[in-house]
Design a protein around this ligand. Structure first.
Ligand SMILES: C[S@@+](CC[C@H](N)C(=O)[O-])C[C@H]1O[C@@H](n2cnc3c(N)ncnc32)[C@H](O)[C@@H]1O
Length: 254
């Protein structure tokens, strides 16, 4: 896990942003917020919160409290800094904690109403993801929801190593690569790239993990990619990805 921590400690500054900048700020995060819906008065867990981009957006919906957890102390530092007057110490809803979520016991023992994990599970093995799935299911209040996104499991096998987003499977195959860590890159619209990692899971791995951890209802699933709205904003940036599945979003309810 120290490799991931080092990666994000070193690149935290390039993740830090106040407005949509990364490809996935357009292609994934707005859909996450839509899937989450009304957060007013709710207690939210933001798992793998990074430098707090999603948390700050959630805070605009007047939640009671958002608890963000992340492995990288640099990311947590930036999240606290950028939360400004919305930070816990200013009496606001945003609270951040450095925590390695490959150990689900790092999460608080209490409950929450909503949980999100925006590109966390691509850093966890199937076993570690299952521990978080179990803990979140146990923590959610009746009517609670859990929204998570990951890179689309097929993406690595569909694109060459080119901007604005790729994942390299190296010698691994789609069906034989579960739990192997693939390297990739995602670009910002200003041309800066960020390295990412993706611990490969097939689509069936996700569904098996949900079954193993007691999520009984069928998840709502979205395969996310570039839309006409994105192309209207920046055709040059988005057009290499037309028709490619980039991310998967799961919306689970208890
Ligand atoms: C691609 S970034 C996404 C950050 C944020 N969710 C967002 O949407 O902007 C992935 C984040 O997951 C965090 N992460 C990776 N492994 C983790 C672990 N074992 N425990 C907690 N956080 C982890 C990284 O430090 C990084 O901040």
């Amino acid at each position: 896990m120290s490799g991931t921590r080092d990666l994000y400690d070193a690149s935290a500054g390039k993740w830090s942003r106040q407005e949509q900048l990364l490809l996935s700020d357009f292609t994934a995060r707005p859909r996450v917020l839509q899937a989450v819906g009304d957060v007013s008065g709710r207690h939210v867990w933001d798992l793998g919160c990074g430098e707090g981009f999603v948390g700050r957006q959630l805070a605009q919906g007047n939640p009671d409290r958002v608890d963000g957890f992340d492995l990288s102390t640099e990311m947590v530092h930036l999240a606290r800094q950028q939360a400004g007057s919305l930070a816990a110490e200013a009496g606001g809803p945003l609270h951040y904690l450095a925590a390695d979520l490959s150990d689900a016991a790092q999460l608080p023992s209490g409950s929450c109403d909503i949980a999100v994990a925006v590109f966390l599970f691509n850093y966890l093995t199937i076993e570690a993801m299952e521990r978080i799935l179990s803990r979140v299911r146990e923590a959610l209040q009746p009517g609670g929801i859990f929204v998570f996104t990951v890179p689309h499991p097929s993406l690595a096998f569909l694109r060459r190593a080119e901007p604005p987003f790729y994942i390299e499977p190296d010698q691994h195959t789609y069906l034989g690569g579960s739990d192997a860590m693939f390297k990739g890159k995602i670009w910002r619209r200003d041309g800066v790239s960020n390295e990412i990692r993706s611990v490969h899971k097939t689509l069936a791995d996700y569904f098996q993990a949900l079954r193993n951890t007691g999520w009984e209802r069928l998840p709502e699933l979205e395969e996310l990619g570039v839309t006409d709205d994105h192309l209207a904003v920046d055709p040059e940036f988005f057009s290499p990805l037309i028709g490619i599945p980039l991310h998967i979003l799961f919306r689970l309810s208890v």
